[in-house]
Design a protein around this ligand. Structure first.
Ligand code: NAD
Ligand code: UDP
Length: 357
């Protein structure tokens, strides 16, 4: 990479699911990457393969406290994303979004860095407009169990918009819709990781409610492409942009697709629907296509197969253990899942090899 195009890039939440993929992509592109994380939901394992790279650095830090570093770009991803995790300590969740945004916008203003906020489709709440376009203001309960996340992210968007209007900080806002892929935490409670973990363990898949609620799932590699394109788009670019995949499916359909891809012979079990669970979710991606020339490329079947393969490999014993032993994945299910998933899943690892080389 030419010296003038090599940037110093801060990724907060860089040890999490999305953050670790983003760090990997930026390190591979030759940038100097500083990953900041307090390991609330992220893990050192997610970034272990990057630690030897001379252009990667890790700092344990909580974004609710100010940070003083010299950087050219900031991707602000720090915030637990799974309802199970963000509801565990809701006050900290709001603080992470709000104080985190204030601290990082202050940093961006001081060092004149471009800054991107990982916002969310949750700003639309339980939407009455479908699919959701960026002009829709949303339908969010301000005092419900999801509010710490939804309203925290909405307030962060407000702060970003005001730092742009008041201080001309070069901002970007990505409204990210449900994203899945390798490195989702198996215990983080999100639907794709839950279903895959359950299927591989030979357990019933827990569909909340009647399973007719919808979501639209984007594969992580596509999403990371979108984030980088948004960051690299010419200034000014202050309006929020949806990033996701417009292929809308019901949760019941996702359950059946996971059963198909894993080859598991497991039933579907219904459980009660969590409070304020949105009925439907699907992005209108017109703006992303027009302004970024971006649209997702990975089909659900392909993305799920790669994700399943990751979970199988993650659970596989590193030394020989009896079949169906402590890995928790019965040997026959492992075998069926590995042969069902295409070999491309190793992509992340392959990129890491390139980084080390
Ligand atoms: P994740 O939980 O895997 O990653 C979040 C990371 O932020 C973790 O590494 C965690 O340790 C770190 N973190 C949390 N609080 C922090 C704090 N106070 N200081 C420093 N680090 C902190 O979640 P993810 O799926 O990778 O999501 C990343 C970002 O993208 C989040 O901001 C999330 O709101 C947003 N997002 C994700 C999705 C999705 O489907 N994955 C959808 C919409 C928005
Ligand atoms: N869900 C489910 N079973 C699970 C986990 C989640 O049926 O084991 C449902 C959940 O109620 C919601 C959808 O799947 O309707 C997506 O949930 P997730 O937590 O992944 O994301 P979010 O609700 O934040 O979009």
């Amino acid at each position: 990479m030419k010296e003038y195009s090599r940037k110093r890039i801060l990724v907060t939440g860089g040890a999490g699911f999305l953050g670790s993929h983003l760090c990997e992509r930026l390190v591979t592109a030759g940038h100097d990457v500083l990953c900041v994380d307090n390991f609330y939901t992220g893990t050192k394992d997610n970034i272990a393969h990057l630690l030897d790279a001379p252009n990667f650095e890790m700092m344990r830090h909580d974004v609710t406290f100010p940070l003083y570093v010299e950087v050219d770009e900031i991707y602000n991803l720090a915030c637990p994303a799974s309802p199970v995790h963000y509801q565990q300590d809701p006050v900290q969740t709001t603080k992470t979004s709000v104080h985190g945004a204030i601290n990082l916008l202050g940093l961006a203003k001081r060092v004149k860095a471009r800054i991107l906020q990982a916002s969310t489709s949750e700003v639309y709440g339980d939407p009455s407009v479908h699919p959701q376009h960026e002009q829709y203001w949303g339908n969010v309960n301000p005092i419900g169990v999801r509010s710490c996340y939804d309203e925290g992210k909405r307030c962060a968007e407000t702060l970003f918009a005001d730092y742009y209007r008041q201080h001309r900080v070069d901002i970007r806002i990505a409204r990210i819709f449900n994203t899945y892929g390798p490195r989702m935490h198996p215990a983080d409670g999100r639907v794709v990781s839950n279903f895959i973990t359950q299927a591989l363990a030979g357990e019933a898949l827990t569909v909340y409610g009647d399973g007719t609620q919808t979501r639209s799932f984007c594969y992580v590699d596509d999403l990371v492409d979108g984030l980088i394109r948004l960051m690299e788009a010419p200034s000014p670019f202050a309006e929020p942009v949806n990033l996701g995949n417009a292929a809308e499916v019901t949760i019941g359909e996702i359950a059946r697709e996971v059963i198909r891809v894993t080859g598991a012979r497991v039933p579907i079990q219904h459980a009660s629907l969590p409070a304020d669970d949105p009925r439907q979710r699907c992005p209108d991606l017109t703006l992303a296509a027009r302004r970024l020339g971006w649209s997702p490329a990975t089909t659900l079947a392909d993305g799920l197969a790669r994700t399943v393969r990751y979970f199988v490999q993650r659970a596989a014993p590193s030394v020989h253990r009896p079949p169906g032993g402590p890995s928790g994945v019965p040997a026959d299910v492992q075998q069926r899942a590995v042969s069902a998933a295409p070999a491309r899943v190793g992509q992340a690892g392959e990129r890491a090899q390139q980084v080390r080389a």
